[in-house]
Design a protein around this ligand. Structure first.
Ligand code: COA
Length: 464
């Protein structure tokens, strides 16, 4: 049985910090954020928002848009790495909010859990729910997979310039109008790592940024190798001599902790794939340098990162490689559109990959490109660390969905925070009752209990 994404909706908080204001306050060159990282604005949650209400707002949007009733939904999964409870799953809060609109008990039949594996858990949730449908267990119902996160880093840390917040929800069913997942090719890699983690009770993560970037690329490359084997052995893709698996993906969506990381990861994967092909000779001639090799043949991440000579040469090589017309063509045609939303919104952790997918659909459609039948490859990564590579094909009815996509309209009017406002919000010094924007028809947090017996209980309302 077929299964895939029928529709997709987003909810992005209305507050943002502009990259120029951020750079000025932190004494940085704004070009580092805008061009070096691809960060123009970072969405910031208001005092009365948490990842659960971002998720519920996204779910309400997709349900209203598709005129769905709770009976149409068999499963609701929430994937996040911004959990605020060690036991109560975030989807129970989301169900509670949705039932304020649809009536108490309206989702009682609906199963689901919260999933966690840093930024990759949404991809596992999509895969598991796709298989629930493929196994003919869905009884005609759809699944909602919502990925929701607040990417918040320590004040003054290097991660602070890669923050963001928001939720993306995907409606899955057996007749998807948007994209059908390719069967039997989804591939993973996994390793015990400490590149990025958030110990119990800590609001912000401990991040080894450069280590994490390299690990991300290595793990995705391993998952891509596994995907390639499966794609060939199942007959999904036939690779002719001189071709690579990437030639058979019309679009590539990468996990985006910041917009430019997509380009870096693409360059890494393309290098890995092209190195084996006759075309690599031409590329090396164009670059005018041999591809650098680390001094330590073990090639561990630590040894690579501490090899300053190799790192400098490799950086130079990557820069020159990224400028070759051959790579530029791949970048512009397969990836660039997916990066636009990320630069306007920032890091959404679990939701970053899917915001990128949403972005590529809207901006490729705007170019007048016919997307029907195009294969989309996904490179998902979660620190700690696991990667997943999978693919899907855009369906004939996709225009019904994509024609109405309008990122700016869906975000709504935004408020540019002053530095003082940003600092107060970051330090949790704004009371829930003193939120900076007053939204209508949205779920907001109104209370988090502090008494011993009810500590941590959260109350939400739907603002009429
Ligand atoms: N003008 C233009 N570009 C500039 C610049 C300037 N003045 N200064 C720096 N840059 C470029 C750098 O060359 C670099 O580009 P490159 O990646 O192509 O080499 C980029 O801006 C970033 O600069 P860098 O010095 O590498 O930044 P940093 O070490 O201060 O921090 C991160 C960057 C991404 C490592 C850091 O923000 C971070 O840790 N973020 C969190 C990432 C994360 O969440 N990872 C986990 C999940 S995958």
């Amino acid at each position: 049985m077929a299964a895939g994404i029928d529709d997709i909706a987003i909810y992005i908080p209305r507050l943002y910090i502009d990259a120029t204001d951020f750079a000025e306050a932190r004494g940085l060159d704004p070009v580092k954020l805008q061009k070096g990282l691809g960060v123009s604005q970072m969405a910031i949650v208001d005092a009365n928002q948490d990842p659960a209400c971002l998720a519920a707002n996204a779910c309400l949007r997709i349900m209203q848009k598709n005129k769905l009733s709770p009976e149409d939904i068999g499963r609701l999964y929430v994937s996040t790495e911004s959990a605020f409870d060690e036991s109560k799953a975030m989807n129970s809060y989301v169900i509670g909010m949705l039932e304020q609109v649809y009536g108490q008990g309206a989702f009682e039949h609906c199963g689901g859990i919260e999933t966690k594996f840093a930024c990759v858990s949404g991809s596992y949730a999509l895969y598991d729910n796709t298989n629930w449908i493929r196994a003919d267990e869905a009884d005609g119902k759809s699944a909602l997979v919502v990925v929701s996160d607040i990417a918040k880093y320590d004040m003054g840390s290097s991660g602070e310039m890669t923050q963001g917040a928001g939720a993306v929800v995907m409606l899955l069913n057996e007749n998807p109008r948007l994209m059908e997942f390719d069967p039997k090719v989804t591939s993973t890699s996994i390793k015990d790592e400490y590149d990025f983690y958030r110990p119990f009770g800590k609001e912000t993560p401990i991040v080894h940024g450069q280590y994490s970037n390299l690990l991300y690329m290595i793990q995705v490359r391993k998952a891509l190798d596994a995907y390639k084997k499966k794609a060939i052995s199942t007959g999904l893709i036939k690779i002719e001599p001189g071709e690579t698996i990437l030639d058979h993906m019309d679009y590539i969506n990468m996990h985006l902790p910041y917009s430019n990381m997509g380009k870096k990861a693409l360059a890494y994967m393309v290098r890995h794939e092209w190195r084996q092909l006759p075309r690599w000779k031409t590329i090396l001639q164009e670059i005018g340098l041999d591809e650098p090799v680390p001094q330590d043949p073990r090639g561990t991440i630590e040894s690579v990162l501490s090899d300053a000579d190799f790192m400098a040469k490799d950086h130079e090589f990557t820069k020159l490689f990224s400028k070759t017309p051959e790579f530029q063509e791949v970048y512009e045609s397969k990836l660039a559109s997916s990066l636009i939303a990320s630069s306007m919104i920032g890091n959404l952790y679990t939701a970053s990959l899917y915001l990128g997918f949403r972005s590529s659909l809207e901006f490729e459609y705007q170019k007048g490109i016919d997307l029907e039948g195009k294969r989309i490859g996904f490179g998902s990564y979660g620190s700690g660390a696991s990667a997943m590579v999978f693919s899907g094909v855009i369906q004939p009815e996709y225009k019904e969905i994509v024609k109405d996509m309008n990122l700016e309209a869906e975000i709504g009017n935004r408020k540019r925070l002053t530095w003082e406002e940003y600092e107060k919000l970051h330090e949790n010094k704004v009371d829930i009752a003193e939120s900076m924007v007053h939204t209508k028809k949205e779920f907001v947090l109104i209370d988090v209990k502090t008494e011993t017996e009810s500590k941590g209980e959260r109350r939400y309302v739907f603002n009429e």
